[in-house]
Unconditional design. Structure first.
Length: 320
């Protein structure tokens, strides 16, 4: 995560809402009287898979639901979020975290208890809800807020599709809208995708580069290669340190490239473009590393994004 590091050594105090004990239901998930089960575009995440899940938010946006699946106050929000997400056919994923079993995640996100809801794009969490929502609030989340998160992700170049997972909690609507046996990831991309999911961004970038060399028209591989290169360089960067170094060394190309990476990971695409183009205007000797980095960045948003067109035009002007 860009600014909030997952720290498994955090104190467990206050991570679990003790009020949930009064609402405990013993039925298993998916059974009558129990919590809705995972399935479709709804997954369950714990401390062992949390970092991997965070990394995939660089490919598609994620809703994080912190809950206790034996607390009946959480059932309605989990069910309605699951239904809303499954209808969107992979444009967003719902990741549910049982904070009774994974309390350090709640601590890392500074949650006061369950339920709590966050948006996650490019590793950056956005608080949405703390506590049990009313009917009007829940409707606003499913009908307005979720589409806004998807739109924000697309504007940041996070345009991938979440994988479809078979499960007991799969709704009929999700099953009907997902073609049977259709892969969510192209077969040729499976190895590269798995490397990225495992956090081996350098390996993923090399594999995507091989795919692009074999098929220069594979724009998806080109986009994912650029993302992998970006994350390989800067996924674990300390944002404050990088920004301080850039401010202290305005004429150092590596410092400016590093802070532009931070901007891109954070979804601040126009800031990243503008920073490097402004730098290039006064540092023509550094044209090649800046040009190469910008070409990587240009592959990440949608090709029709007007910010890319404007930046391309300015780059051409500065170079010639």
């Amino acid at each position: 995560m860009a600014e909030q590091k997952f720290n498994p050594g955090l104190s467990l105090a206050g991570a679990v809402d003790l009020e949930s004990l009064k609402h405990k239901v013993d039925a298993e998930a998916g059974q009558a009287g129990g919590a809705p089960a995972a399935g479709g575009y709804v997954i369950d995440t714990d401390e062992s898979t949390f970092q991997s899940m965070v990394q995939t938010s660089a490919t598609f946006p994620i809703l994080l639901l912190l809950w206790v699946p034996t607390d009946d106050r959480c059932f309605d929000i989990a069910r309605k979020l699951g239904e809303a997400v499954n209808k969107l056919e992979g444009k967003i994923q719902l990741s549910r975290i049982d904070i009774a079993k994974s309390p350090t995640i709640a601590q890392a996100l500074q949650a006061q208890g369950a339920p709590a809801l966050y948006g996650l794009i490019g590793g950056r969490p956005m608080p949405i809800l703390q506590g049990v929502p009313g009917a009007a609030e829940m409707q606003q989340i499913t009908e307005t807020l979720i589409p806004q998160i998807i739109q924000m992700a697309q504007q940041s170049g996070v345009t991938g599709t979440a994988p479809y997972v078979e499960g007991a909690g799969t709704t009929d609507s999700a099953a009907d809208t997902t073609p049977s046996g259709e892969p969510e990831i192209p077969a040729a991309h499976q190895k590269a995708h798995q490397l990225a999911a495992d956090g081996d961004y350098a390996g993923a970038a090399s594999e995507y580069a091989r795919l692009v060399e074999a098929d220069p028209s594979d724009t998806l591989a080109a986009r994912e290669r650029s993302k992998a290169l970006l994350l390989a360089r800067s996924a674990d960067a300390d944002v404050r340190t990088v920004r301080a170094a850039a401010a202290a060394n305005p004429d150092d190309v590596e410092a400016q490239l590093a802070v532009a990476d931070v901007d891109m990971i954070g979804g601040q695409i126009e800031d990243a473009f503008g920073r490097l183009l402004d730098f290039l205007a006064g540092h023509k000797a550094d044209v090649e590393p800046v040009r190469q980095r910008l070409l990587e960045y240009f592959a990440i948003p949608d090709a029709k994004d007007p910010r890319v067109a404007r930046a391309r035009r300015r780059l051409a002007t500065l170079m010639y």
